[in-house]
Design a binder for this molecule. Structure first.
Ligand code: AMP
Ligand code: MG
Length: 515
């Protein structure tokens, strides 16, 4: 599989990236080497200078034109070894033994300023042997959408792949209509997915599963190298990262939309921003994706699906967990059985912080969980905006209940819950085991560091993408990006980005995969 197609352009000597390509070096047979397609008219639409600096890239001497040539794929920088990774995956529950990077290429890896190894990869850079019927391309709108949502997630403190650049290609892309083409440069802790393991497991290639697991430990869990059962510990760590990640999604109202096993990263980062969206009015059954006909990936179903995906990961690992198949199954089952509780712990910790309780791990679990559930039931019953409700609860902590009450058609439904919440806060203040506080104002300030005011709201995202894609006007995109980059700061300048869409817009809102 590791055959290189003939280079169609010279490798430019742009020593801007200090590549160290462990995947290409260590895992021959796990990918196909490929060069990005040449495109007619590269133009830089987005470049993340802060991230480039974090990655220690030397792009200072390149003007926008030169950067566009690099980030559209026309100039392959020195040291890059572009490759398409093989992977399989369960898509909406059905198994596809071969997916792979159909339109993506890993350029290589760099070590960032914190010493972390990061993948730098293209999306939309042309067909690969995994493209099946696809054209290998991507359109401006969906790639800028990935920038907005992934950078919003990053600003919210949620593990995620990042967006380094988007270059328009000057090429038409044919979807339901003709769209301008683009290439996204994505940065990830790695692109190893549950589906990467499944690819080899499905072929009965146990040695490749073992090799991949060992590589993954080297890359993401080096502390496990000397463990008695390193692969079982890897499964445990992946479960822990997913539990933490999904809890964070749930606490900001994020709906991934396509949680297939090929879209679950072993690193614990959110990956693959397709038909994702932030929920507005709280509704556990919310689903926006046009292709999720049965609500498999509905908001409240995400923790279950994460558990299901982990079971597929465990299955792929079984042959390397133990020579005794029964023992392998028993130990994997233990890890999987512990996942729901692991998740609930992370969720409740986050929810306590959102409620203004200073210790995420202190208190009576069932009564605190009931307090949150009753709060969410109030939001659901009155179709209240999830993000604003939490944020206005901070105002209530500071002594001003009016903004919160204004979100409810009948604010009296809040009365008894607010009384319980105040009692719970007072009990914490009276708890001698917790460092003493704090006024309501201080509680409110802390709550405002975990309850965002700005998320990438669907109508704002659509408005920005339409301007960029249809009118080549990047103004709305840039202003929105700036607003979502400081999600906890409430100023009059960003007030309009805090407002929910009109209910009628949300009711009809559908997201598309953008492939
Ligand atoms: P996704 O839905 O983006 O997770 O992609 C699922 C699979 O389809 C992956 O193997 C992708 O590489 C592939 N794919 C998606 N869009 C295209 C496209 N336009 N051309 C080729 N392959 C694609
Ligand atoms: Mg994918």
């Amino acid at each position: 599989m590791n055959a290189c197609n003939a280079a169609s352009q010279p490798v430019a000597t742009i020593p801007a990236f200090h590549f160290d390509n462990s995947f290409a070096r260590e895992l021959p047979g796990f990918f196909v080497a490929r060069r990005p397609a040449i495109v007619p008219a590269p133009r830089l639409l987005y470049f993340n200078r802060t991230l480039a600096d974090e990655l220690a890239l030397d792009l200072g001497s390149l003007d926008d034109q030169a950067k566009a040539a690099v980030f559209a794929g026309n100039v392959v920088p020195e040291g890059a070894e572009p490759l398409a990774q093989a992977y399989a995956g369960h898509q909406f529950g059905g198994f596809s033994p071969q997916l792979g990077d159909g339109r993506a290429l890993l350029l290589g890896e760099v070590i960032d300023r914190h010493g972390h190894r990061r993948d730098i990869a293209f999306k939309g850079s042309g067909r690969t042997p995994f493209a099946r019927g696809g054209d290998g391309k991507a359109a401006v709108g969906p790639m800028l959408r990935e920038v907005l949502v992934s950078e919003s997630m990053h600003a919210l403190g949620i593990p995620t792949t990042r967006a380094l650049a988007v270059a328009a290609t000057g090429e038409d892309v044919y979807r339901e209509r003709v769209l301008p083409g683009a290439v996204l440069t994505r940065v990830a802790a790695s692109h190893i997915r549950v589906g990467t393991f499944q690819f080899f497991a499905a072929r009965g290639d146990v040695e490749s599963v073992r090799k991949l697991a060992a590589y993954t430990i080297w890359r993401h869990d080096p502390a496990l190298a000397d463990a008695d059962e390193p692969f079982l510990e890897l499964l445990r760590n992946v479960a822990e990262r997913q539990a933490a990640l999904i809890a964070q999604w749930m606490n900001v109202g994020f709906i991934h939309g396509v949680m297939n096993t090929d879209n679950m990263a072993i690193s614990g980062e959110t990956i693959d921003y397709g038909p994702c969206a932030f929920m507005e009015a709280y509704d556990p059954a919310a689903v926006f994706s046009s292709i999720d006909l049965h609500g498999r990936y509905a908001f409240a179903n995400q923790p279950n699906i994460a558990g299901w995906n982990l079971a597929r990961f465990a299955e792929a690992l079984l042959p390397v967990l133990s020579e005794d198949p029964e023992r392998a199954i028993a130990s994997a089952t233990d890890v999987l059985a512990a996942f729901p509780e692991r998740y609930r712990r992370h969720l409740l910790r986050g929810q306590r912080m959102k409620l203004g309780l200073r210790r995420g791990d202190a208190g009576d679990d069932s009564s605190d969980a009931a307090l949150v559930d009753d709060w969410l039931a109030l939001l659901h019953g009155a179709s209240v905006d999830f993000t604003l409700a939490w944020r206005r609860l901070a105002d209530a902590a500071a002594g001003d209940e009016a903004p919160l009450r204004a979100l409810f058609a009948d604010p009296r439904t809040l009365d008894s819950w607010l009384a319980r919440w105040r009692e719970r806060c007072a009990a914490e203040d009276g708890d001698a085991t917790i460092e003493s506080t704090t006024s309501g104002l201080a509680r409110a300030e802390t709550m405002r560091t975990v309850n965002p005011i700005i998320i990438a709201r669907n109508h704002r995202v659509e408005e920005a993408l339409a301007a960029a894609s249809d009118d080549a006007d990047l103004g709305p995109f840039e202003r929105l990006l700036e607003a979502i980059s400081s999600p906890y700061r409430e100023t009059s300048a960003v007030a309009t980005y805090a407002e929910p869409a009109p209910a009628a817009v949300t009711a009809c809102y559908r997201t598309f995969c953008g492939t």
